[in-house]
Ligand binder design. Sequence first.
Ligand SMILES: [Fe+2]
Ligand SMILES: [Fe+2]
Ligand SMILES: [Fe+2]
Ligand SMILES: [Fe+2]
Length: 399
Amino acid sequence: MAFDPLQERGIPLDEQLRDWRELNVTPIDPDRCDPYTRCRIITMNGIETEAILFSHHMARHCRDVEIKQRLARVRYIEAQQQKVVNWLLPGVSSVLETTIAYEQVAVDLTAWVARMEPDQRLKQAYQFGVLEDFDHLYRYANLYEMIEHRRADKIVDQLTEVMPGRPTYLHHRDSMDNVREPYQRRVTEPLSRLHALTITAAEQQTMNFYMNVGPMYMEPIARQLYQEIGLIEEEHVTHYESLVEPGESWWERLLNHEYNECYLYYSFMETESDPKVKNIWELHLNMELEHLRLAAEMFRRFDGRDPDQVLAPALPPPVTFEPNKGYIRDLLATQMDLTTLGTGYVREAHERFEKMQRAVMGGERPPSERVIEENRAISGEEYRLQTEGPHPAGLRVNR
Ligand SMILES: [Fe+2]
Ligand SMILES: [Fe+2]
Ligand SMILES: [Fe+2]
Ligand SMILES: [Fe+2]
């Protein structure tokens, strides 16, 4: 039987509040955990953060005190969920280790979404973006080896390869070229909406993370690399958020947010390898079912339509963290040299792109290139993790 969140009963809102003892979760063991458990935690932290910020924005557009109170009640629970989820991460990891995990999320989540996306135009948007976060992973892994003297396979294990993608310095595009055409609400499948919400939330959290943690390092190359990649995450948020048609009403957007939370908790409950973490996904799913019911009630009342008109009849197959090595290698072989022009994609470096490059480089080598050179000088060679053979675009290891 397919799981239909609109038909399931959740935990009544009054019973969702947790005390300090319940909020005080035991973190995962960083040395023994499944890297994809960490990826699921990071993803859900991004989703809960999005739920909280979205609800705040909605409340600020709203005059009615009663609706603001309803939003505030659910939002407080979202805030408790966010605390529980993010506090599953152990305090021993360094900022850079968490950063590498964030880029692993970006790679394997976006690749999975690209593989499953039914709309060709949206699929292209994910394929384009994933090759950039793939390159960020490589740059940060080299910074990690250089300043913490450790290897990124300690974090990503053998699940995600680490090697050059579309070179980071080429991600600095004119902002005019970062906005895509939105999907059309009435013809797009519900799954596409959920994908766009999920990836936008994940990129938003990465952007926020880098803008805050970047200056926590003292090493000039680390500070500079976080600035450079932090600015690209701003471009990524622009790229992905523009996929969502803004014509949707606040009620419909709220409904989609709660539905997506149900979808992801259900997905992770189904695929989680750590039993303690799985229990949390299950508990939160049962909370979200009630959030969804409340959002559906408001949707009927204020939007005037039935939730069935905008939501899928049942949940799509579970979002799964799994290796995407072959898929990424195919993209590396065929899409490394793409850039954007207007809302589309091109292969040549056009005038506006070159102008932006000159302006932002200021005649210097970018931090993302220097980090590889400097690590090579210190460690003897650059860091890579190629489990499936040579680089598909023929890029050899530089010594
Ligand atoms: Fe939530
Ligand atoms: Fe990234
Ligand atoms: Fe990104
Ligand atoms: Fe929720």
